[in-house]
Design a protein around this ligand. Structure first.
Ligand code: DOR
Ligand code: ZN
Length: 333
């Protein structure tokens, strides 16, 4: 049987939620990933050292073997003094959500000009600014492209600030990245590499693929695959796996988020194999992100076997992407 053994991956963009289901999601993540950068858009959000430390402890207690890398959410009225405090408490990123851009982002930032002192402090501390790059007032398919103008201004105004544009979804963002300095990087998800609007709603609507930014056209998907599978030096993996309870996804007001942790590595192995790039998978999921964040590479390994398995219907009350379908690569237990 064909197998693939790689250095154990990291997920540099993950939603674990809080409360009783969090442990299920964290343990699921631990099967594939050694470390995960956990997003702060919980309710209430992660915004202070005590809350962040408690959240990290809760995650690592629930999922032994998973190291939680922590994030805090930028709020419009946040004092700049919080930045060195969060850094000292171990925060890896400050996350900028444009107000209203996605799940639990109503309290986000309407313009980066609202938080000049915070951004200055982040630049001084070398703290990474992670951005959900969508302009929520624009038409849904233009939101990411439209945000690039603001991003250009942030890069200009804070020339030393390390930045990650999260979950790239279109060609224009890839092109944009080419024109930015080396300290600007991008993450790419599994779902934006594999699916398009036609998968989301070309037949019957698939709420489990509804996420922000929405999956785009085939040209966009193709450009992302070409970039990632050719070993683009500035792109690394962040799943943006975002579980929502089944009842809420299969309802009249489906929240944005695709729960991909259980299928991420099997799907990526299949994709990289098809692209004749299996030898590049490890760099994408296990090396480039760690290098950017200045973290040591993981020592453990992960083995995938080419053996069919069926994706479970429900994990922690949430429906994984492709539930009930058979995938060709499986995580070896
Ligand atoms: O689809 C998404 N879901 N995109 C995000 O940016 C947030 C996430 C969530 O928290 O559900
Ligand atoms: Zn996210």
């Amino acid at each position: 049987m064909k197998t693939l053994t790689i250095r154990k991956p990291d997920d540099f963009h993950l939603h674990l939620r809080q409360g009783e289901r969090m442990g299920d999601y964290a343990r699921e993540t631990a099967r594939s990933f050694a470390r995960a950068l956990v997003m702060p858009n919980t309710l209430p959000p992660v915004t202070d050292p005590a809350g962040m430390e408690a959240y990290k402890k809760a995650i690592e207690t629930e999922a032994p073997g998973l190291e939680a890398l922590m994030a805090f959410k930028l709020l419009p009225d946040m004092p700049a003094g919080i930045v060195p405090e969060m850094k000292k408490a171990g925060a890896v990123i400050g996350k900028l959500y444009p107000a209203g851009a996605t799940t639990n982002a109503e309290d986000g930032i309407s313009s980066y000009r609202q938080i000049p002192d915070v951004l200055e402090a982040m630049e001084a501390e070398g703290m990474v600014l992670s951005i959900h790059g969508e302009h929520p007032e624009k038409p849904v398919l233009e939101r990411e492209i439209s945000y690039l103008t603001e991003l250009e201004q942030i890069i200009r105004d804070y020339p030393k600030l390390p930045i990650v544009l999260e979950h790239l979804s279109c060609r224009e963002s890839l092109r944009f990245l080419e024109q930015t300095p080396d300290h600007v990087r991008g993450t790419v998800t599994t779902h934006h590499l594999l699916f398009t609007l036609d998968d989301l709603m070309g037949g019957s609507l698939n709420p489990h693929l509804f996420c922000k930014p929405v999956v785009k056209k085939e040209e966009d998907r193709r450009a992302l695959v070409d970039a990632v599978c050719s070993g683009h030096p500035r792109l690394f993996y962040g799943s943006d796996s975002a579980p929502h309870l089944k009842e809420s996804k299969e309802s009249g007001s489906c929240g944005a988020g695709a729960f991909t942790s259980p299928v991420a590595l099997p799907l990526l192995a299949e994709l990289f194999e098809q692209e004749d790039a299996l030898d590049r998978l490890e760099d994408f999921v296990s090396r480039k992100g760690a290098d950017f964040y200045g973290l040591p590479l993981n020592k453990e390994s992960l083995t995938l076997v080419k053996e069919p398995w069926t994706v479970p219907d429900l994990i922690g009350g949430a429906v994984p992407l492709l539930a009930g379908e058979t995938l060709s690569w499986k995580i070896s237990s």
